[in-house]
Ligand binder design. Structure first.
Ligand SMILES: C[S@@+](CC[C@H](N)C(=O)[O-])C[C@H]1O[C@@H](n2cnc3c(N)ncnc32)[C@H](O)[C@@H]1O
Length: 247
C-alpha cells in the first residue's frame, strides 16, 4: 500500500480549500450537505463516529439534532485545529487516519463520512472496519466523489470533456481502470482513489452490509442559479451517497 497522503496539512492546499468552504457558495453547501442531512436516520440519543470530520460542521449538527456523542477523526492537524475553535462538550476530536480506525475500542450507532472515502486506498479494509465499529443494525452513511467524476486519468493535455452544440460530454473511458488518480486541485498531485460502482457496492455486500439507499443527485434549480456550471451536473453527478445497515 502507498504512503497515506495528508494534503489538508499542505498549507497552500488548506488555504485554498478554506477559502472555498468559507465562501459558502460551493457544492458542499448546495448539494452535499443537504443530501446527507436528508439521508440521516433519527439522531436522538445516538452515538456517532465521523470519519474525515474536517472542520466539524456535521459533528456539531449531530449534537444539535439530539445525538448523545460524536467521536470525530481526521488525519489533518489543520482541520482538527479548526474544528476545536468551536468546542462542544459531547464531541471528541482525534487526529487519526481512517486507515487506523481498527484501533478505536468503542462501538457506534452510526458511522458517517462526508467526502473522505475516496482518499483511502484499501476500501475493503475500510468497510470491514466500519462494520466492526457498528452496533447491530447500525447505519453506515457516506458520500464520496462520484465514480463518473473520478474516472478520468488526469492529463493536462486531455480535456475532461468535449463540447458539442454547446453541451458538455464528459470522458469516462478510464471508468473500469480501478486505481489511484493524481489531480491538480489547489496544488499538484492530490491523490484520490477511483473505484467503479460495482466495486463500491459489491464491497459493501461482501462485508455483510445491506444497502438501503443510493443517491446521485442533480443540483437544484436554485443551486444552478447561484452556480451556472452546475447545469452540467445533470450529465455527470459530482457525488455518490450510500446508506447501508449492519445486519
Ligand atoms: C473534502 S474534506 C471533507 C471534510 C468534512 N467531512 C466535510 O464534509 O466538511 C476531506 C477530509 O478528509 C480528511 N482525510 C483525507 N484523508 C484522510 C485519511 N486517510 N484519514 C482521515 N482523514 C482523512 C481530510 O483531512 C479532510 O478533512
Amino acid at each position: 500500500m502507498g504512503k497515506i497522503q495528508n494534503i489538508y496539512d499542505n498549507n497552500q492546499f488548506y488555504d485554498e480549500y478554506k477559502k472555498m468552504r468559507d465562501g459558502k457558495i460551493n457544492a458542499n453547501e448546495l448539494i452535499e450537505i443537504p443530501t446527507m442531512k436528508s439521508m440521516l436516520p433519527n439522531l436522538q440519543g445516538k452515538t456517532i463516529l465521523d470519519l474525515g470530520c474536517g472542520a466539524g460542521g456535521m459533528a456539531r449538527y449531530f449534537i444539535e439534532q439530539g445525538a448523545k456523542n460524536v467521536y470525530a477523526i481526521d488525519i489533518s492537524q489543520n482541520m482538527i485545529n479548526e474544528a476545536k475553535q468551536l468546542p462542544c462538550k459531547n464531541i471528541e476530536y482525534h487526529i487519526m487516519a481512517m486507515e487506523d480506525i481498527d484501533k478505536i475500542d468503542k462501538k457506534f450507532d452510526i458511522v458517517f463520512s462526508s467526502l473522505a472515502f475516496h482518499y483511502v486506498e484499501d476500501f475493503k479494509t475500510l468497510i470491514h472496519n466500519c462494520y466492526n465499529l457498528l452496533n447491530d443494525n447500525g447505519i453506515l452513511l457516506f458520500s464520496q466523489e462520484n465514480p463518473i467524476a473520478t474516472a478520468i486519468v488526469y492529463n493536462e493535455n486531455v480535456s475532461k470533456h468535449i463540447e458539442i452544440n454547446n453541451k458538455r460530454y464528459y470522458l469516462i473511458s478510464d471508468y473500469n481502470n480501478i486505481s489511484k488518480r493524481n489531480l491538480d486541485w489547489n496544488v499538484k498531485d492530490v491523490i484520490k482513489y477511483h473505484r467503479n460502482f460495482e466495486t463500491i457496492i459489491n464491497t459493501l455486500i461482501n462485508e455483510k452490509f445491506e444497502v438501503l439507499q443510493i443517491k446521485e443527485p442533480s443540483a437544484s434549480k436554485e443551486a444552478i442559479e447561484l452556480v451556472p456550471k452546475y447545469a452540467y451536473q445533470t450529465d455527470r453527478p459530482y457525488f455518490l451517497f450510500v446508506k447501508a445497515q449492519k445486519k
